[in-house]
Design a protein around this ligand. Structure first.
Ligand code: SF4
Length: 331
């Protein structure tokens, strides 16, 4: 089995200063140059086997969505390499990326914001089918669009409606249909259920799983809580402040979590059947600023096991068992 995606030492940063004047600050009677760089993704590596689901999990602001947008090159990477199906796409131009845009599709957290409110659902699907030349005529494209809508549980007559006439769960079904319409091989689903009612979340996750079995997609699934990814994932990466602090198979992460942050995430796992719970309010302390990254291990200010070495040195990634990696001085 080959790899659909290989990410090596990926970095993403944002410069908050608009220009040189913005960098100049007046302090203690003189002007000094102050850089304000958000270090959103800090040297991360992972890969996804064909037909498998890899989930990136972590609190809001940990860099997982930025990672997804960088992989699909909605944002240009600031460092590292991205290989899709064996081809290095890191430095491809917008035009060169077009053929990969068909093969890699994205499902967004807020389907309403990503659907054109003035377009009927059927037209939202027909447009990419024609653009990527999946169908030769309007009629053929319409037929294909209706087929896909049926697959995701939307009736043909509902295709004539507009996005605002649907519930949140139905809109997410439309978002999934739009991704499916161009026959992708790899789907990046960025928090696909976090905006939905708990009762609907399981339905959408089941739909994603059924489609995966039928089409043999590979997925990168982004989520902020572990319960969402439990049934759907093959492998997982846990992200904190732009770093993957632990990665391994679902069994390894769920049965023997190693990193203190992963353990903390487990301690606040909400049940899909229970009330919706926001992780960040239940984990003690705040994620440090990505502008001024802490020295040493990024987690040391919140870690109950922190020692002096943790405050001074970033731990190196260690493979503790076959395929199970952790970034912590305890190992
Ligand atoms: Fe905690 Fe130290 Fe491990 Fe960081 S390196 S997670 S501070 S024990």
């Amino acid at each position: 089995m080959g790899k659909i995606l290989e990410v090596e030492n990926l970095e993403q940063r944002f410069d908050l200063n608009k220009g040189i004047l913005d960098k100049l600050k007046f302090k203690n009677g003189k002007f000094i140059k102050e850089e304000r760089i958000v270090n959103a993704v800090n040297n991360i590596s992972f890969s996804i086997d064909k037909g498998k689901v890899f989930s990136l999990v972590g609190e809001s602001g940990c860099g997982k969505s930025t990672t997804a947008r960088t992989i699909i090159k909605l944002l240009e990477p600031k460092g590292g390499n991205i290989k899709f199906d064996g081809v290095d796409i890191t430095n491809l131009t917008r035009e060169e990326m077009l053929k990969y845009r068909k093969r890699i599709q994205m499902i967004f957290q807020d389907p309403y914001a990503s659907l054109n409110p003035r377009q009927k659902i059927i037209d939202i699907l027909i447009e990419p089918i024609l653009f990527h030349k999946i169908a030769d005529s309007n009629e053929e494209a319409r037929e294909r669009a209706l087929e896909i809508l049926e697959k995701v549980g939307i009736r043909p007559e509902q295709g004539e409606r507009y996005p605002h006439q649907f519930s949140g769960g139905q809109r997410q079904r439309v978002g999934i249909a739009r991704a499916l319409a161009v026959e992708p091989e790899f789907i990046i689903a960025d928090e696909p259920v976090s905006a939905l009612d708990v009762s609907i979340q399981a339905q959408i996750l089941n739909l994603l799983m059924d489609l995966k079995d039928e089409y043999n997609f590979s997925y990168l699934l982004i989520a902020h809580n572990l319960s969402v990814v439990k049934h759907i994932s093959d492998d997982l990466g846990v992200m904190y402040l732009g770093k993957i602090v632990e990665k391994g198979s679902k069994e390894q992460i769920f049965h023997s979590p190693l990193h203190p942050y992963t353990k903390l995430l487990f301690s606040v796992v909400p049940k899909l059947s229970g009330s919706n719970l926001k992780n960040s309010k239940n984990i003690e302390g705040e994620i440090p600023s990505a502008i001024n990254l802490p020295l040493g291990c990024y987690f040391h200010e919140r870690c109950p096991y922190a020692k002096s070495v943790c405050r001074e040195e970033m731990p190196l990634e260690k493979e503790v068992e076959d395929g199970h990696f952790v970034l912590c001085h305890q190992y």
